[in-house]
Design a protein around this ligand. Structure first.
Ligand code: TXA
Ligand code: MG
Length: 320
């Protein structure tokens, strides 16, 4: 049996599949199976009112899942799917409330990763897939990271871990609220606002026009164990004189590493920063560094915005 066949069989049997996507690894379950979805929440440790993204095959019909599909959504789908874009739309009755956290909207995404597409196409139905990490932790960008977080909670013979290599994008998809006249970005990703506007043919609205819950935007999220500090300048780092390294550094390649500091990543640009970000944060924990400093890329659109967003959340004070 191929990996795709085993995965489809696991989904049909109510099992969970660690599924590679181009953004981060997801933990997939059959969206039509409330028991499987309930176990998915339990395995992640995620509160039941946090809605899940419904993943679809490229050939899926939007109308099956979305009750209202504005023209600009069709244009976005045509231009940017498959890809790292999630669109929030009014849901149809086909979408169980148990996946939307009780909301009347549903988040839809058609991933680009070939293995994800093959599983979704062969499965045929909708598949919910949150990032395959424990709730509040850093998202996994390799199968090994997902196994580190969830391996002991998966059931042999029922659940499956698919290895599709390291994720190309590295941070979660851009989430866009498409329930109004204009798209509104709810969670920045590597897609630029300029690219979304060009594809949509309408301007992106700057502000949310109606209250919408996006639980993934909890301030403290995407957090490693280390304390994360966003710094303007490496000159602000004062490594102490102790023998053990204390500080890890994440910064673009042109930033030099001060003595006594462990360089965790030296990406060439904001896209590469996004790709290596979560692995670097996990590396800081593996090295037991108590502190991580990040000099963030400054561009006003695209991956730089998303990298700043994730690092600021990782830096946020954790609720006790
Ligand atoms: O790139 C991604 O989007 C990855 C891969 C696996 O596809 N998935 C992912 O899922 O990041 P998750 O569950 O970690 O984050 C989903 C986000 C949450 O912030 C959730 O609140 C938001 O999507 N969301 C889901 N349904 C929503 C809805 N109906 N309205 C507003 N936000 C929604
Ligand atoms: Mg997540």
């Amino acid at each position: 049996m191929t990996d795709v066949e085993r995965s489809v069989r696991a989904l049909r049997a109510g099992g969970l599949v660690v599924l590679p996507t181009e953004t981060v690894y997801g933990l997939a379950a059959d969206a039509a199976n409330p028991k499987a979805v309930a176990r998915l929440y339990a395995v992640k440790g995620r509160p039941a009112d946090h809605p899940l993204i419904l993943h679809l095959a490229p050939a899926a019909r939007l109308e099956t899942w979305a009750a209202v599909v504005p023209d600009y959504v069709r244009r976005l789908a045509a231009a940017l799917w498959p890809g790292p874009l999630t669109m929030v739309l009014p849901r149809t009755d086909q979408v169980g409330q148990y996946i939307t956290g009780g909301q009347d909207t549903v988040a839809l995404r058609v991933p680009h990763h070939p293995l994800a597409q093959a599983v979704l196409t062969e499965f045929g139905g909708g598949v919910v897939a949150p990032s395959a990490n424990r709730f509040g932790h850093v998202s996994p960008t390799t199968a090994a990271h997902a196994e580190q977080d969830l391996g002991d909670r998966l059931v042999a013979g029922l659940d499956i871990v698919l290895d599709g290599g390291p994720c190309e994008v590295g941070i979660e998809s851009t989430i866009v609220d498409c329930t109004g006249d204009r798209p509104v970005v709810l969670r920045p990703g590597t897609l630029s606002v300029a690219a979304i506007e060009a594809a949509a043919g309408v301007p992106v609205a700057a502000e949310r026009t109606r209250p919408i819950r996006v639980p993934g935007s909890l301030t403290s999220h995407y957090a490693p164990r280390a304390d994360v500090h966003v710094v303007a300048d490496v000159a602000d780092l004062v490594p102490n004189e102790s023998t053990a390294p204390q500080i890890g550094l994440l910064a673009l390649a042109d930033v030099e590493t001060p003595a006594g500091v462990v360089r965790l990543a030296a990406p060439d640009d904001a896209e590469e920063f996004a790709r290596v970000l979560y692995a670097a944060l996990r590396e800081a924990d593996a090295l037991q560094l108590p502190q991580v400093a990040a000099v963030v890329p400054s561009a006003a659109d695209g991956a730089a915005v998303a990298v700043r967003d994730r690092l600021q959340r990782a830096a946020a004070e954790r609720p006790s």
